[in-house]
Design a protein around this ligand. Sequence first.
Ligand SMILES: N[C@@H](CCC[C@H](N)C(=O)O)C(=O)O
Length: 282
Amino acid sequence: MLFVKMHGLGNDYVYVDCTKENLENPSKIARRISDRHFGVGSDGLILIKPSDTADFTMEMYNADGSRGEMCGNGIRCVGKFVYDQGLTEKTELQVETLAGIKELKLFVEQGQVQSVRVDMGAPVLRAADVPVISQKEQVIDEPIHAGNAVYRMTCVSMGNPHAVVFVENVMDLNLEELGPQFEGNPCFPNRVNTEFIQVLDENRIRMRVWERGSGETFACGTGACAAVVASVLNGFTKDRVTVELLGGCLEIEWDRKRDTVFMTGPASTVFHGEIDVTKLEE
Ligand SMILES: N[C@@H](CCC[C@H](N)C(=O)O)C(=O)O
């Protein structure tokens, strides 16, 4: 299998051109290839496929082999991938995902993709649609028990489910312990991605993330969008916010008039490789 290892702010995936390759059992390959000791090492696997309704389809798998409906950092890399590989010459693209068709704009200078802006669509707040089990119509600043403590969360779907939790200092948290307590909490029927947010000022937040199916990652694009929506709803920030993640910064804007969220950030290639997937051990 030919692949390209890419990352968006350190949120790294193995990308496969499935307009050419045919992968059987991608969920199993995702688990094996993501292993950082016995595989390539990544937060998951992303397949680029043809689409009947858009320019391409993005199919994403977490490191545990589960399917993600959407991936913000991944979709920027898909834009760079199809442009760099000559699968398209377009700099404005539509990519089909399980969370609908997303529009990408590639900023290219001297043939190099510098950054990608994605229209991530409208945030979904209705609890049943996130999904999160609650008596409330929307979960905004509501309590949740995790471990021995009570946290307050705001739940947002960006096509995939997110719980956003505001804390004093994100660097003080033990995410290996805390993250799974949110991810596996019975109030989230589809599990959840959890963003821990420290508000720096009304234009800037700092975030660490525990991703459903992959654990702590260096960045999460859908998570950064959910975090900004939650920050606005809780009165902490304006609509345009710089999100500081472990791997760098994303610019997020919640356009309230059009009710859509724009995400802008980089996409990087690490290396090209070839692997015999039948020899990967689990
Ligand atoms: N890293 C991603 C999100 C990947 C999917 C997520 N773990 C899920 O299962 O929903 C991003 O950049 O958005």
